[in-house]
Design a protein around this ligand. Structure first.
Ligand code: NCD
Length: 338
């Protein structure tokens, strides 16, 4: 493993991440990808440390992926599920976090349906002087850093399997289509992809992509002079021309409080990713989706299942290596600050 210096105790959002940090994550994930392709897929990096998964919201792939990543690093893992916990007896979220702190947790991975909960827990742990890193595994509509980072690693690995690097993303056209308004995945990807020099095109019906959505991203400069390149579209087909990658997002019906769409059928007709539509893109186009997918709504089943087009399984596999990288890097910060 290359020597790296990591300066963040917590990973809560990608807003202030620099290209150098993204490159460190990609290179560290690549080392772990190699570990995971060996017969013995485990390293002792976090031996003796406790990684606690606090998932207040349902999750399949993210929770399992963090658990496997922690185990591959030889950490001891604890898993919290709200249904079977003292939350149902009225315990507050902060008290739940403090309980796990008292058990010796070193790293906390937190998912919550409300934006800001991982930050609130991180602030409380810092106030208590606890040397515990908090990793946001998705908070409301705000951020989902590990998903965007696994997407970044997937893109870099597809562009060059032997030598993935963020340099490869410069000027690549990446189209993100779907329920942008409610998506923490879109927000985190906007920070990371635009910082790495990709040109990000957002597409959705106007109700799911208001004009003002993009201003904070467009106005945030990377480093001293590099501008983030983000463009908006309210029609799919013109946006797809020459696209290198298309990322489809799920319609987050659990977060829609108003009637924002006429019908799912109509959405599919106008914004669904189909084979015909992908033919408008670059000939080597690949499709990403963070999952879970609504087959036949944001993406047609045959495209989703075509390994020549779909990177969905690749994303899930990359997720373990990237989460190992994040836990490892945060663990090195932890070790160096005790
Ligand atoms: C995403 C999430 O939870 O934000 N899924 C995931 O983490 N794999 C996207 C979604 O729920 O649509």
């Amino acid at each position: 493993m290359a020597e790296t210096t990591w300066h963040r105790r917590h990973i809560l959002s990608l807003e202030t991440f620099t290209p150098a940090e993204y490159e460190t994550i990609v290179q560290t994930a690549e080392s772990f990808r190699q570990v995971l392709s060996r017969r013995t897929k485990k390293v002792p990096a976090l031996q003796g440390q406790v990684v606690t998964n606090l998932f207040f919201e349902p999750s399949t792939r993210t929770r399992s992926s963090f658990e496997l990543a922690a185990k591959r690093l030889s950490a001891d893992t604890l898993n919290f599920a709200p249904g079977t916990s003292s939350l149902s007896k009225g315990e507050t979220i902060l008290d739940t976090a403090k309980t796990y702190l008292a058990m010796g947790t070193d790293l906390m991975v937190i998912r919550h349906q409300e934006a800001g909960v991982p930050l609130a827990i991180a602030c409380e742990l810092d106030r208590l002087g606890a040397n515990v890193g908090v990793l946001n595994a998705g908070d409301g509509q705000h951020a989902h850093p590990s998903q965007a980072l696994l997407d970044l690693f997937t893109l870099c690995s597809v562009l060059d399997a032997e030598a993935p690097s963020i340099e490869l993303l410069k000027r690549k056209k990446i189209v993100i289509v779907g329920d942008i308004l409610h998506s923490r995945v879109a927000r985190s990807n906007l920070w990371s992809l635009s910082a790495c020099g990709a040109i990000v095109h957002l597409v959705a019906p106007p109700t799911l992509l208001p004009m003002q959505f993009v201003a904070p991203f467009q106005n945030a400069i990377v480093g001293t002079h590099q501008l983030r390149q983000v463009q908006l579209h309210w029609q799919l087909e013109p946006a797809l021309a020459g696209a290198d990658f298309v990322m489809a997002l799920r319609l987050q019906q659990e977060r829609m409080t108003q009637h924002l769409l006429p019908s799912l059928r109509e959405y599919h007709q106008q914004f669904g990713i189909t084979r015909d539509r992908l033919s408008l893109c670059h000939s080597a186009v690949k499709l990403l989706h963070p999952g879970p997918t609504n087959r036949g709504v944001e993406i047609s089943s045959d495209v989703m299942d075509d390994p020549a087009l779909s990177l969905v399984s690749h994303q899930v596999t990359s997720g373990v290596a990237v989460r190992m990288a994040l836990l490892y890097l945060m663990g090195t910060y932890h070790a160096s600050s005790t």
